[in-house]
Write a protein that binds this ligand. Structure first.
Ligand code: ATP
Ligand code: MG
Length: 276
């Protein structure tokens, strides 16, 4: 089913922006951004992006490489200022450093000189607090409690992602922005991490915006998949994932609804992939 992110405004149940805000956790409104390019020109990266995510919803973004997915997450987090448009959490503009917005970057961002535990402590220390009990319990929750004293270089890729997840949870966010968090992991570790993220999401009710190149991952995890166009990125299509929960990642690929959706998303995504 194709839906517009602003059906809620255009359709009858919600007639005003205030009503939309009261039902949506995260709203991106008319965000555009360009970067300086060669010989004084500019490259338009985001072109009037609009999206709205309900509280507790798990949404994914898929799109061709270079279409602006990471840039959009940076804009939402407040790290990059858009040329125009606004990003709101609970109806208020998001400010840089808001602990309610947890951002897992595409690259590995653990502090190399700090142990796993110290890395998880970091957001609390930055907020002027300490809570070693919480930090240890988060490391245990993501399955690396025994490695609290290890340094990042002593951990496997999967373990480092787990520590990053624990660090993200330590700031007690309401929204998780996750940029290809499992992209660099081996296939089995990736499946395990997907399962664990689903269980964590089910237990916490967090709102998640998840960027991935992996259509199976997007469909398997999400309530809704948003397909970005080639640059300048904007939402080309949205797909509701009508597969019941709780889901088992290993059996979802046999679900006819999964297969049908995979084909539809891939056919539309293929049109956006431009080989330069
Ligand atoms: N700080 C910057 N200055 C100039 N150009 C930038 C900057 N950040 C991103 N870009 C450009 O913006 C475009 C989108 O980049 P972005 O990293 O958001 O893409 P992406 O969709 O995340 O790609 P991928 O799937 O490969 O991670 C690219 O052409 C990139 O070169
Ligand atoms: Mg990216």
């Amino acid at each position: 089913m194709r839906i517009s992110p602003f059906d809620a405004i255009e359709g009858s149940p919600y007639n005003t922006v205030q009503e939309l805000n009261s039902t949506q956790k995260l709203v991106v409104r008319d965000v555009s951004l360009s970067f300086p390019a060669a010989r004084g020109s500019r490259v338009e990266v985001l072109g009037n992006v609009n999206l709205a995510i309900r509280e507790g919803e798990f949404c994914s973004i898929v799109g061709p490489s270079g279409c602006g997915k990471s840039t959009l997450l940076s804009v939402i987090s407040g790290l990059v200022k858009p040329d125009s448009g606004i990003c709101e959490l609970d109806g208020k503009p998001i400010t840089l450093g808001d602990p309610a917005v947890g951002y897992m970057f595409q690259s590995d961002t653990l502090l190399p000189w700090a142990t796993a535990l110290d890395n998880v402590r970091f957001p609390l220390i930055a907020a002027g607090r300490t809570d070693d009990g919480l930090c240890m319990s988060l490391l245990k929750k993501v399955g690396v409690g025994q490695f609290a004293d290890a340094y990042p270089w002593q951990l496997s890729g999967g373990m480092r992602k787990r520590v990053q997840l624990a660090r993200l949870l330590a700031q007690q966010p309401k929204v998780l922005l996750m940029d290809e968090p499992f992209g660099a992991l081996d296939a089995q570790t990736r499946l395990l991490m997907q399962e664990e993220l689903l269980r964590l999401w089910e237990a916490t009710g967090l709102t998640v915006l998840f960027v991935t190149h992996d259509l199976s991952e997007a469909i398997g995890l999400s309530d809704r998949v948003m397909l970005f166009s080639a640059r300048p990125g904007r939402i080309k299509e949205e797909y509701q994932v009508e597969i019941e929960r709780p889901r088992a990642i290993e059996t979802i690929v046999r679900d006819p609804a999964y297969n049908e959706l995979f084909v539809r998303v891939w056919q539309s995504l293929k049109e956006e992939i431009v080989l330069e």
